[in-house]
Design a protein around this ligand. Sequence first.
Ligand code: ADP
Ligand code: MG
Length: 783
Amino acid sequence: MPKLHQRKYRKITKQILKRMAGYQQMSDAELQHQTQLLQRQVNGQRRNLKKVLPAAYAVVCEASKRVLGLSPFPVQILGAVAMEDGNVVEMKTGEGKTLTATMPMYLHGLAGRGNYLITANEYLANRDSETMGKLYRWLGLSVSSAVPQPGQDADQRDLAKIYQANIVYTTNSTLGFDYLFDNLAKTKEEQHLPSFNFALLDEADAVLLDAAQTPLVISGTPRVQSNFLGNADQVVKLLHQDRDYQISDDRKNIWFTPEGIVRMEKYLDVDNLLSHEWRDLYCHLVLALRANYLIKKNRDYVVHDDEVVLIDQHNGRELPGMKMQAGMHQAVETKENVSVSQEQRAMATITYQNLFRMFHQLAGMTGTAATDAKEFLEVYNLTVFKVPTNKPNIRIDLPDRLYITNQAKLVDSLQVVKQAYAQRRPILIETGSLELSVLYSRLLLQAEIPHSVLNARSEVKEADIIRHAGELGAVTVSTAMAGRGTDIRIAPAVEKLGGLLVLGTERMQNKRIDNQLRGRAGRQGAPGESVFYTSLEDKIVTEHSTRSVQKFARQHAQQQQQLLGKKSRFKHVIDRAQRFLANQQRAARFETLQYGEITRLQRKAVYLQRDQIMTATDLSAIIQKTFHFVAHEFVYHRGYQNHGETLLEFIYQNIDPSYRSATDLQLESRKQQESRLLQLMNDRLQRLHEQLVDQQQWLYFQRVTLLRAIDQGWIGQVDHLEVLMRVIKERSIAQVNPIYEFQREGQKAFDKMKTVINLKAVQNVTNSEVIIKKDGKIEIEFP
Ligand code: ADP
Ligand code: MG
């Protein structure tokens, strides 16, 4: 971070503090009135916000004292200033980011709607909109939470009201899904989201980095089930590793060997498995191979009463209702011999990367960002700005304890827990997976140590447990993401014992998450301690270091001395594995970004067209253009899209099923055919127009039929792109440039989609039946 910014931000912070002193004298009414004065100055223009920033922030600070009883620290104001300048602000856990956020949120709220605070989960969105809402409302701005209230269903929300607010607290997935649904609407009234003006992301690294790989998908109509599932699964189960298939060192990729292909051809009695003829079967074999040998029960999913339930990789939580995409879920169900669920077609998708890149202005805050500063800049154009802590951090971070075997590590770490428990010092045990947290809990039970486990199904319960994790004698087992965003306060008696002790049972996927865990101790200048217990058998080591490490571990598994000293040649083995993995994940995110970019451009074009149709007051030009396109396409491409149908067939099927003609249409010239088609389409259109004399009704009819055509085409395209991406990625090992291939194929499909949409539009416009109801509403029956 350049010194220049530091200085600028500090200067503005000083100005704000000075203004605050002035506001102290004001009566409540006077202070509240400032909002109106500021709104007048901003005049609905976002570009005026910078000008009023010092005044607006000072108003919030003074109001916070009066309404919440919290007086923001200078470092919080500094953080808030940096947020407004396009930064991901690093403020340590417990420094008060929730309050800090009210300053930029209020500022943007002054300009109108479309300002979002993105929290890490639904519980926090409801909690923070509630507690901080008092402040905004007191100052005269409206605020809402977009996530369902506890016990409420997502579709029971009053969306119009929610998105009317100046400031909306929500989660990334709620925002993403609401956005996608908005773009399936038929009328402006059914759309609720205001334009994307400002988003401030809490726990920004979790949203922008950890969740970046998960696309949001709205699923619709079921796909036809393949009958290859069972066969593929049986055959794949007969194969042997290394002979028939191979797995990459990082255990992320798997592929058939030539010998494996030959073997399967024999089992399945087919000639050339790799030929086009068997493409579908081959796809299912690849899925079955992944399902059987890469995807692991009790790590990636669990089986509950005849159902495969996925597990969230970051927090170990079960994800009921979530499905792996593009046939993978069904392959796993077949492997587990449970009933195979219907595979749904994707209707609308977006990645988080693209969702957030749509905002005019973006900012973030988190306890851990600095390690990934480069990626924030490259992908989101956000710099990382580190804010010092309010009080000096006195937490002691001990060096790792590295063992040869997992067993030795766990036994020794348990001694530490016992000791802490005997002293009644609170201890938080962090595991990298649900599996390990369950195992650790069992060890504690055997040792007769009462404890809480944080893998509760509900975020509320989790928050409740973690809140008490700093009390005397508390022993808490938790997975990495669980409970994020909830403050762990410690009692004065605990301070004397050295504060909260955080014990990591393994190092996590990357340094950033390690830091996140350490940060749970020693908040706000309190004492605290953190240490990681690691071994050469840890997941990160076995999956991401050389085989020689594992060989050493195997050979020395029985050795007396299991703890490896400072001089051990394996001292850096975990740092190296983490770096390797971090690079890989970064590359994967860039890849997703590149694939996503192709989909993004197509989605943008389609949504733009939808918008134009929805807002237009006259659609006749668009309809005439469609007519011309279709007539031309039929006449000059040997039937529509080279289907070779005759003109008469084409008219029957698409324009007028009652058409009769005395002349042989095939003998007409192209010009004659084209004008005959145009004439017919316009006749049919006229027929409907005569029924719908009311201008509004006529417009409504045209709009709905056109939108329906677009959606029919686009939804098919979305699903097609999903499948295309999967197929191309699977073939990618042999391919020079899969992204280029995806782009080319995707573009071809997009062009084809356009011809489909045009034809559907003609069908809808010429062949729908309308019924006019008594109340003037019309009902359309599509062909
Ligand atoms: P973070 O999100 O940065 O981890 P929180 O926003 O959860 O931290 O705040 C941690 C605790 O600090 C909360 O209990 C909050 O009320 C308290 N806090 C925040 N700002 C102040 C302040 N200026 N003065 C006193 N307490 C504060
Ligand atoms: Mg927080």
